[in-house]
Design a protein around this ligand. Structure first.
Ligand SMILES: *Cc1c(COP(=O)(O)O)cnc(C)c1O
Length: 445
C-alpha cells in the first residue's frame, strides 16, 4: 500500500495544526491516512487505497457514506435556501417531535452543536435544577472535552486529568468505577445531599465497550431517587444505535431524568442535544433561568440531515440489518479467538463491536456469551471480562495499537486507532464486508 500523498499532507498539517489533526484520536502512528472520500461502507484515502470503514466518524454515520436520496436532497435543499438564520425553523420542531416520540424518557429537548456541549449543558442544568454542585461520574467514562468530567482519581480524591483545568473543578466531581454497586452506595451515603446528578454512559463506549452488569443502572436510578439527585444518561454514542430508535434506555428499561445526545442525531453534521422531562428541560433559558445559548444550535442543515436519517431508519430495516451484521461479526470473531487467542474478549452489542486484548481467560469456552460480552454471571468468562475502564486499561493496549491496528490497515480494514474507542457497523456494510473483515482479523490477531 502506497501512502505518499497522506505522508505529504501530514507533513503540511504538522506545520499548521497541533499534532497535524483537529481531534487527538486521529493522530495514528506513524501518520494517519488522509481521506479523499467515502463510498458506502468504505473510505478511500488520498493515495487511492480503499478500506472497510468501521470508524464511521467515531459513531455518527448510521447509514454510511453514500446517503439515501431523501437524506441527500433534504441536506442540499436546506443548504441551498440559506444555511442558517438565527430564527427558528420548522425542521427543528420536526426533529424534536421525532425524538420525543421515540425515546421513552424524553419529553422536550434543546439542540446544541456537539456532544461536549450537550454534557456541559446537562451538568449545568442538573446543578441549576437541584441547587447542588457535586456530580458523580464513572472512572474512565467519557463525556467529551469538558472541565467537570476530565478528572482522574477515586471517590472524592479527584484531580483534573489535563493541564489547564483548575483543581476546583475536580472538587465537585466524584468518581466511581462502572459496574461497582458498592462504590456507588458509598459515594451517595457520604455525599448524597450534595449530589446534583450521577452521569453515566449506559454502555461505556469510549473505553473499551463495557456492558453494565445486571441491576447496575437500576441501582443508580434508586440511589438518585433516594437522594433527590438526577440520573443523566450520556447517550451520545448509544443514542439511535443501541436499542434502535428507543436508544439504550429503552433497551435497558431505565428512565433517566436527563439524556444527552450527539453523533447519529445530526446525520453526520455537528450536533448535540439535551433531553428529558419537561419540568427539568424547561429550566433552560428563556423558559427558565439556567443559561444556555448557541449561534449554530438547531442548525437547519444538521436538523434536516438528522431527521431524514432517522426517518429513513424508521421506514427501512436499518437496525435489523446492522444488528444482524454485528452478531455475525462478533460470533465470527469468537470463533477466531477460540483458535488463536482464547484470552481475548469480544465486546459490543447491536452495531458496536471491539476485541479487547485481555490477558487472561477461562479454560473452557463452553456456554459463554455468543456474540459479545453481556456481563452474565453464568458465563465462564464473567470473572475475566473487563467490568470497567480500569480493567480495559490492563489489557494489551500497546500490542493493539502498535501491531494490530497497522496490520488491519494494511489489510484494508479501518479500525478506531486504539484499544479503547468503539467500532461500528453501518447500513451500507454488506455480508461480504463482514467476511473480508473476519479474514483480516484471522491473519492479524
Ligand atoms: C463522542 C462523545 C461525547 C463528545 O461528543 P463530541 O461531539 O465529540 O463533543 C460525549 N459523550 C460520549 C458518550 C461520546 O461518545
Amino acid at each position: 500500500m502506497n501512502h505518499e500523498q497522506s505522508r505529504a499532507l501530514y507533513d503540511r498539517a504538522l506545520s499548521v495544526l497541533p499534532g497535524g489533526v483537529n481531534s487527538s484520536v486521529r493522530a495514528t502512528r506513524p501518520y494517519p491516512f488522509f481521506v479523499e472520500k467515502g463510498d458506502g461502507g468504505h473510505v478511500i484515502d488520498a493515495d487511492g487505497n480503499r478500506y472497510i470503514d468501521f470508524v464511521l466518524g467515531y459513531g455518527p454515520l448510521l447509514l454510511g457514506h453514500s446517503l439515501p436520496e431523501q437524506v441527500q436532497s433534504a441536506i442540499q435543499q436546506h443548504a441551498a435556501e440559506g444555511p442558517m438564520y438565527g430564527a427558528p425553523t420548522e425542521v427543528e420542531v420536526e426533529l424534536a417531535e421525532f425524538v420525543t416520540r421515540h425515546v421513552p424518557s424524553v419529553e422536550m429537548l434543546r439542540f446544541v452543536n456537539s456532544g461536549t456541549e450537550a454534557t456541559v449543558s446537562a451538568v449545568r442544568l442538573a446543578r441549576g435544577y437541584t441547587g447542588r454542585d457535586k456530580i458523580v461520574v464513572m472512572q474512565s467514562g467519557y463525556h467529551g472535552a469538558q472541565e467537570s468530567t476530565l478528572v482522574e482519581g477515586e471517590g472524592d480524591h479527584t484531580a483534573p486529568s489535563s493541564p489547564g483545568i483548575p483543581e476546583s473543578f475536580a472538587e465537585h466531581t466524584l468518581t466511581v468505577p462502572f459496574n461497582d454497586e458498592e462504590a456507588a452506595h458509598e459515594v451517595f451515603e457520604e455525599h448524597g445531599d450534595d449530589i446534583a446528578a450521577a452521569l453515566t454512559e449506559p454502555i461505556l463506549g469510549n473505553y473499551g465497550i463495557v456492558h453494565p452488569v445486571e441491576g447496575y443502572h437500576e441501582t443508580l436510578r434508586e440511589l438518585c431517587d433516594d437522594h433527590g439527585s438526577l440520573l443523566i444518561f450520556d447517550e451520545v454514542i448509544t443514542g439511535f444505535r443501541v436499542g434502535g430508535l428507543q436508544c439504550a434506555q429503552g433497551a435497558f428499561g431505565i428512565d433517566p431524568d436527563i439524556t444527552t445526545f450527539g453523533k447519529i442525531v445530526g446525520g453526520g453534521f455537528p450536533v448535540g442535544a439535551i433531553g428529558g422531562k419537561s419540568e427539568i428541560i424547561e429550566q433552560f433559558t428563556p423558559a427558565g433561568d439556567v443559561f444556555q445559548s448557541g449561534t449554530f444550535s438547531g442548525h437547519p442543515v444538521t436538523m434536516a440531515a438528522g431527521l431524514e436519517t432517522l426517518r429513513y431508519a424508521a421506514e427501512h430495516d436499518v437496525y435489523s440489518h446492522v444488528n444482524e451484521l454485528g452478531d455475525r461479526l462478533r460470533s465470527g470473531l469468537q470463533d477466531i479467538l477460540r483458535d488463536q487467542a482464547p484470552e481475548y474478549t469480544v465486546v459490543g452489542r447491536d452495531s458496536m463491536f471491539k476485541v479487547i486484548f485481555t490477558r487472561d481467560g477461562p479454560d473452557s469456552f463452553d456456554g459463554h456469551c455468543e456474540a459479545g460480552c453481556r456481563q452474565q454471571e453464568s458465563c465462564p468468562r464473567f470473572d475475566y471480562c473487563p467490568k470497567n475502564g480500569g480493567d480495559v486499561k490492563q489489557a494489551e493496549t500497546e500490542r493493539w495499537e502498535r501491531l494490530f491496528w497497522p496490520a488491519m490497515k494494511d489489510r484494508g480494514v479501518f479500525l478506531t486507532a486504539n484499544q479503547f474507542e468503539s467500532q461500528f457497523i453501518c447500513d451500507a456494510h454488506t455480508g461480504e464486508d463482514i467476511e473480508n473483515a473476519l479474514e483480516a482479523y484471522k491473519e492479524a490477531i
